[in-house]
Design a protein around this ligand. Structure first.
Ligand code: AMP
Ligand code: MG
Length: 532
């Protein structure tokens, strides 16, 4: 099917199935308050002084059939900044709760996100357009409903980068400066500062989270629970059939499966979400809510980008698979009233563990270029590799990418064997003879395992799954710094390179290098606070 020519946002047709099919908050006053017996509150974005387009995703625009705005301040940008609601849009903030850092937090909800409407893509798929940073809602609690430019740039760039890596994720259409400042205490050290504000237009088939169900069960609003489950199944899981007890169970199983596959993808590309609270878990198995996320640089399973989590490390890289399981268990509790039988729920949680384990092992086989059939000592080979990567500071992304360039000649000297991996090491300890010997010994075992397969095929396979370019934390910060000074070129170049993360693109080699030392402790370049 030929895609129709993209048109201006103001000429698009909108639908509002979520609003139409689910119970609305009967109260309309837009002040922070507890909401009961509803899945959402109708609320409009709060206008901003001077909306100005800073970023646009042509890819998402093409998917939705929406043309890049001709003017950075025209009518489409007014919509994307929250200053104008188009005919056919019925904006709302969703009601949800969640477990934050392992504790039930009660009502959270869209405190600064407002869904404008739904639109059907050029391929017939339904997408929500949601503004993040669009102003106060009844769910804003004590916060201001706004978002700073730095966190908005990070969400805008990372959701697109993740998509192009092949990871299921929400998308981003636009980034709009508001012309207003937002006050944030970035380091939580009692020094709040005014920072530029922004609004991102996020795009996903649905932004429903585990927490949208949890809040309903927590308040025993079981009629609404059933309505929401039926809506999500019929709209987003129609292949499962007409909702009934069995279908709810199958649905939960499918959520477990999708979540497992998403986590496998995160682990493969070295993505650390940073705030895996149950309100940040998508019911569609998408990566959602880009906050203090980060990319593994030196491989360290206990690394977390989130300074708020530095003590407990609950959301560290290596914990993500177990945390997703724990979050699914909370969702199982929320869905129990629909199923009233814990056996299928427990089975589905076991399926999560199986799908994750087999998916992760298969993904590692791809990353290493190990051909089928599996050998009995493959697992040992993989386990030993991770021990080596953790032993000295080794860049996760570069190591796997460069592994494909190691000559498959076990007779080479130890130092000649590890030479192609040199760029992956942050620390001189890598070149101490004990580590060189161990790594070379591992490489010889690896060579013996993969030698049978013709090199070009193996290298091609590995390069398809080991990205050369990821959104390293310091690169995102460089884009933010330039944009704050009015220069969008750094962000634009980075986003265009990240559209093809598995391609060599030799003219952009420097964007694939390991984090420079100046960035090691610089704010935003390695660790981040939740302040956004
Ligand atoms: P998060 O963990 O950042 O996804 O957010 C947790 C909750 O806080 C969600 O309900 C958000 O909508 C809300 N929230 C975060 N930042 C703000 C803000 N600046 N204004 C209003 N609500 C916010
Ligand atoms: Mg959130």
């Amino acid at each position: 099917m030929l895609s129709p020519t993209p048109v201006d946002l103001t000429a698009i047709e909108f639908e509002n199935t979520f609003v139409r099919e689910l119970p609305a908050d009967p109260v309309l006053t837009n002040v922070p308050r507890p909401v009961r017996n509803a899945s959402y509150t109708r609320v409009e974005p709060t206008p901003v002084p001077a909306p100005r387009l800073l970023g646009w995703s042509d890819d998402v625009g093409a998917m939705l059939g929406i043309a890049r705005p001709l003017s950075p301040t025209g009518p489409a940008v007014e919509v994307l900044g929250g200053n104008r609601v188009l005919a056919g849009m019925q904006p709302y903030a969703a009601r949800y709760g969640g477990h934050q850092f392992g504790h039930w937090a009660g009502q959270l909800g869209d405190g600064r996100a407002i869904t404008l409407a739904e639109t059907v893509s050029t391929r017939g798929e339904r997408y929500e357009l949601q503004l993040k940073g669009a102003g106060l809602t009844p769910y804003s609690r004590t916060a201001d409903g706004r978002a700073v430019l730095r966190s908005s740039v990070r969400e805008f760039m990372c959701s697109e980068a993740m998509h192009h890596l092949g990871v299921p994720t929400t998308r981003a259409l636009s980034l709009v400066a508001t012309g207003a400042t937002v006050v944030r205490d970035m380091f939580y050290d009692g020094n709040p500062e005014a920072e530029p504000g922004a609004v991102v237009c996020r795009v996903a088939p649905s932004f429903v989270r585990f927490g949208n169900f949890q809040i309903l069960t927590a308040h025993k609003e079981l009629d609404t629970l059933k309505l929401l489950a039926d809506y999500v199944i019929t709209t987003h899981y129609p292949e499962l059939g007409t909702p009934c007890k069995e279908v709810y169970a199958l649905w939960f199983e499918e959520i477990c499966r999708r979540t497992a596959l998403m986590i496998v993808d995160w682990m493969c590309v070295g993505f650390v979400h940073g705030v895996m609270n149950t309100d940040n878990m998508s019911i569609l198995g998408l990566t959602i809510d880009y906050g203090p996320y980060g990319w593994l640089e030196g491989y360290d399973p206990s690394w977390t980008p989130n300074t708020t989590d530095a003590e407990g490390r609950r959301y560290a890289y290596g914990n993500q698979p177990q945390i997703a399981h724990w979050n699914l268990l909370q969702l199982a509790n929320a869905l129990y009233p629909l199923i009233e039988d814990k056996v299928p729920l427990e089975n589905a949680l076991a399926i999560y563990a199986d799908v994750f384990q087999s998916g992760w092992q298969a993904a590692l086989d791809e990353k290493l270029g190990l051909s089928a059939p599996a050998r009995p000592d493959d697992i040992q080979l993989k386990d030993d590799l991770f021990e080596l990567l953790a032993a000295v500071e080794t860049d996760f992304t570069l190591f796997f990418r460069l592994l494909a360039t190691v000559p498959m000649d076990a007779t080479l000297s130890d130092s000649a064997l590890i030479e192609p991996l040199r760029r992956a090491f942050y620390s001189d300890a890598a070149f101490a003879s004990a580590h060189v010997t161990r790594l070379a010994e591992w490489l010889r075992r690896y060579i013996a395992r993969v030698q049978q397969e013709p090199a070009p095929a193996r290298v091609e396979r590995m390069n398809r799954v080991n990205p050369k370019y990821v959104l390293r934390n310091y690169l995102a910060q460089l884009a933010i710094d330039a944009l704050t000074e009015g220069d969008a070129s750094v962000m634009e170049r980075l986003m265009s390179v990240l559209q093809h993360p598995y391609d060599e693109q030799p003219q952009h080699d420097e964007l694939s290098e390991r984090r420079p030392e100046w960035a090691r402790h610089k704010p935003g370049c390695s660790a981040l606070s939740c302040s956004s």
